[in-house]
Design a binder for this molecule. Structure first.
Ligand SMILES: *Cc1c(COP(=O)(O)O)cnc(C)c1O
Length: 376
């Protein structure tokens, strides 16, 4: 990769073909996938419904622009929103958060946003400024001003919420940060402080959303009612897409000319999202929950007792296996490659698992068995 900027330390193989929950590399080695890209291809690599929708759209029109009405955007928005919400379509998670950041500023007329240490919201200047990770911000100062940070799951954060804030942004499970789940009572306190002080609550569901934790959005399991929700990753099962979903009252600040995108809402990505959302039925989500119960039982019975494992955190199909200092998560990932299993890492020496939601119990169990072998 001589002519590509070295922003990624890449593993030395190329995944050239995918089928179901398997990927094959350029040396013809096949892997079981516990990554879904990075929480993207939740319906695997050959989902018929999504492929048919994209293929059919491919023969009609790929791109036009947002200067015309779009029935396919309406179809996706209808599936993503409730009666009191609107959607804005873009191309990635960072863009969805960028839209949320801009909207919060413009709607409230205030600039200060409270975000969280160890959080992740993306790599553009706005989203990076909200990302509480010094390694990601290093070398890029000055950032967007007026962002404050608090510790996650810390009551002190609640007392930092006052009427000078435009918004609070958080993930209900910090994904990149190491798969840390928010405390339900703490989130309720955060939300109440936001309501009492007319501060917008923005929930970043880029990684946790679209069924990853067993509900359409993870915040549903924490009884929250956010003003803005951001989505991306799994929404297009691999086509570039992002969405910001916000309450209708916010529309007054996002009129014609305030924000825009060339590719956002393009018809190919919308066709894929249509295929994803059509299949994200209550029955499908029930099946994800049922399978994840088995997964978590196996993790607790077989992985948690291993000497190198300090903790296992997460929810549904979003799993963080925390490793002690005696092992390095990158070495574990490489060993798992040799065993034919693709996995991910997250901050704090965490082995992160984001298997496709369509994976059956047998493959889920086989993958965990390989992890047990390697960690033993
Ligand atoms: C991946 C991620 C983002 C950034 O999404 P991109 O599509 O890479 O821009 C933002 N927030 C969270 C929680 C993420 O996991």
């Amino acid at each position: 990769m001589e002519h590509v900027f070295p922003t990624y330390a890449r593993f030395p193989f190329d995944l050239v073909e995918g089928h179901d929950v398997y990927l094959t590399d350029n040396n013809n080695k096949t892997y079981l996938d516990f990554t879904s890209g990075i929480g993207v291809c939740s319906f695997g690599y050959s989902n018929k419904v999504i492929m048919e929708k994209v293929e059919s759209q491919l023969h009609k029109v790929w791109h036009i622009s947002n200067l015309y009405e779009s029935q396919i955007q309406d179809e996706v928005a209808d599936q993503l929103t409730n009666d009191d919400q609107l959607a804005f379509f873009c191309n990635s998670g960072t863009e969805a958060n960028e839209a949320a950041f801009k909207l919060a500023h413009k709607y409230t007329g205030k600039t200060t946003v409270l975000a969280f240490n160890n959080g992740f919201h993306g790599r553009t200047y706005g989203a990076m400024s909200l990302t509480g990770n010094p390694d990601i911000q290093k070398g890029f100062f000055p950032l967007v001003p007026d962002v404050e940070f608090a510790d996650y799951n810390d009551e002190k954060a609640v007392s930092m919420i006052n009427s000078d804030l435009a918004a609070v942004i958080l993930e209900v499970i910090q994904g990149e940060g190491g798969v840390y789940v928010a405390d339900k009572a703490w989130l309720a306190d955060i939300q109440k402080a936001c309501h009492d002080n007319s501060v917008l609550l923005i929930i970043d569901e880029v990684q946790t959303g679209i069924g990853r934790t067993g509900t359409k959005f993870a915040y549903e399991q924490f009884d929250l009612d956010p003003d803005i929700i951001t989505s991306a990753k799994a929404l297009g099962n691999g086509t570039p897409i992002g969405a910001m979903i916000g309450k209708k009252k916010l529309a007054s600040a996002f009129g014609p000319g305030t924000h825009g995108t060339t590719f956002g809402g393009n018809k190919l990505s919308m066709a894929a999202a249509n295929g994803v959302l059509e299949q994200l039925t209550p029955e499908f989500l029930d099946s994800v929950q049922a399978k994840s119960t088995l997964v978590w039982k196996q993790l607790n019975d077989e992985i948690k007792p291993l000497p190198v494992v300090t903790d296992i955190t997460g929810l549904g199909f979003m799993i963080g296996i925390h490793l002690d200092e005696s092992v390095n998560v990158s070495d574990i990932i490489t060993k798992l490659h040799h065993e034919g299993l693709l996995t991910l890492s997250a901050k704090h020496n965490t082995l992160r698992l984001l298997p496709p939601l369509i994976m059956d119990e047998d493959n889920l169990s086989k993958g965990i068995e390989k992890i047990k072998q390697v960690l033993s």
